[in-house]
Design a protein around this ligand. Structure first.
Ligand code: HEM
Length: 173
């Protein structure tokens, strides 16, 4: 069983947990740990919760802007920056549209560009461990800059690692 559990220290020194699946949440209560934990009010990945937690389209647009800004300035991401066109406007728009639907919000990518298979869309690129990690670094730093709940930041990064690794497996060198 995969337990989607994020654990972090709150400012007051207490442990806080975010439990992402209703089953895990019920189990935790059943084994009597409920009183030791403070639950976030929201189950990420259910309905449009993640989209809302990310600040809807304006929040996602800000995240993507910060992500591409990082890609422009981090020396570690020069190689993946060079894979992109010099004008990033369309890349920003496409990633924002994709993340909107991927996080449970309006399916803007499908609406504007049609269907997409993320690993196949990157198959023509050479994405190895270094390139995958550079992309994730830009995203991690961008997420850190957002006013999201700490547990949502952890959740979002964990979710993004999945397609990033799939891309590496399909297009890795
Ligand atoms: C693993 C490292 C990754 C690298 C090196 C990478 C690189 C790229 C590059 C070079 C493009 C083409 C940009 C353009 O021509 O405008 C692109 C497009 C795109 N990427 Fe990634 N990417 C990575 C991971 C991801 C992940 C994890 C996601 C989704 C969560 C994603 C979503 C997209 C989308 C939606 C597009 C637009 C595709 C299209 O419409 O053609 N990428 N990426």
């Amino acid at each position: 069983m995969v337990i989607h559990l994020a654990c972090y220290y709150q400012k007051n020194g207490c442990l806080a947990f975010s439990v992402f699946s209703p089953l895990t949440r019920a189990l935790v209560r059943q084994i009597g740990l409920g009183s030791m934990m403070s639950f976030e009010s929201c189950e990420y990945g259910v309905g449009d919760n993640s989209y809302t937690m990310a600040g809807k389209l304006s929040g996602i647009t800000k995240l993507v802007d910060d992500f591409y800004h990082n890609m422009n300035v981090f020396s570690k991401s020069k190689k993946i920056r060079d894979m992109h066109p010099s004008d990033l406007s369309e890349s920003r728009k496409k990633l924002s549209c994709f993340l909107s639907g991927w996080l449970g919000g309006p399916k803007l990518y499908a609406e504007h560009y049609g269907s997409i298979n993320i690993p196949l869309a990157h198959k023509h690129l050479s994405v190895g461990i270094e390139e995958r990690d550079a992309w994730l670094l830009c995203m991690q730093k961008a997420i850190d800059q957002q006013p999201y709940e700490a547990s949502f930041k952890i959740y979002l990064m964990a979710q993004l690692r999945v397609p990033a690794e799939r891309i590496r497996m399909v297009s890795g060198t």
